[in-house]
Design a protein around this ligand. Structure first.
Ligand code: MD6
Ligand code: FE
Length: 218
């Protein structure tokens, strides 16, 4: 099946946003002219808190590598999934969330209909060709009435936008460099994931995709 590019509904707004679902809005290319600044900020975050492959509670090494910034960072190990205020690698607070990033997330959330959104956690995922993210729900945050805001950079990937049961057949959505996806409201607990990343070479990031997901976790 071909990945769809937001043509799930007749839904294109004049501002370039596409409503994928009641609580899901895609802003195509919205970050494109800020990408270099954002990548620079990610490099600075990864100096004290490098990307690492976490272990799932079931004992599997995740193929995606991750780091975090903000007051809280997302963690997984044999004991479970959770948020921590320090990076277990160095026992230091997670790097602060640059206001450049928080402000872009706040503005996109507002344009999707979620006012006064202020994330306290940003999970940064790095994909190499072949890396995938299995269907999951984001449910480790205290209050799921806050949306998750997702930034995509680098190689394009196919996002699976599923239902409320893991077995519901997902729709496919291509997420490309510069795209912002706001995922909230009645869609917030939908299953979703990323298909194995195809090979490719991106002018700014080479053979990788980086995804940032902002949350109000605490
Ligand atoms: C990714 N994104 O795009 C993985 N979660 O690499 C997510 O898992 C995600 O994009 C919640 C809301 C939006 C997302
Ligand atoms: Fe997720």
């Amino acid at each position: 099946m071909m990945p769809v590019s937001g043509q799930l509904f007749d839904n294109a707004d004049p501002d370039g946003s596409e409503r994928i679902g009641e609580g899901t809005v895609l802003f195509r290319g919205r970050l494109a002219d800020r990408a270099e600044e954002i990548i620079d900020a990610i490099r600075q975050i990864a100096e004290p808190s490098p990307f690492r492959h976490l272990i799932t509670p079931g004992g599997h090494r995740m193929s995606v590598s991750m780091t975090s910034c903000g007051e809280l960072g997302w963690m997984s190990d044999r004991k479970g999934y959770r948020y921590t205020s320090t990076d277990p690698r160095n026992n230091q607070p997670w790097p602060a969330m640059p206001s450049l990033l928080a402000d872009l997330a706040t503005a996109a959330a507002a344009d999707a209909g979620f006012d006064h959104y202020r994330p306290d956690a940003c999970l940064i995922n790095r994909y190499r060709p072949g890396t995938k993210l299995s269907l999951h729900q984001d449910k480790d945050e205290r209050d799921p009435s806050h949306p998750v805001v997702s930034f995509s950079l680098g190689l394009p990937a196919t996002f699976l936008w599923g239902g409320f049961k893991r077995s519901d057949k997902p729709q496919r959505l291509l997420l490309e460099h510069g795209d912002i996806l706001v995922f909230g409201g009645p869609d917030r607990l939908r299953y979703h994931g990323i298909l194995p990343l195809p090979d490719g070479e991106h002018p700014l990031l080479g053979a990788q995709r980086i995804n940032l997901t902002f949350r109000k976790a605490g």
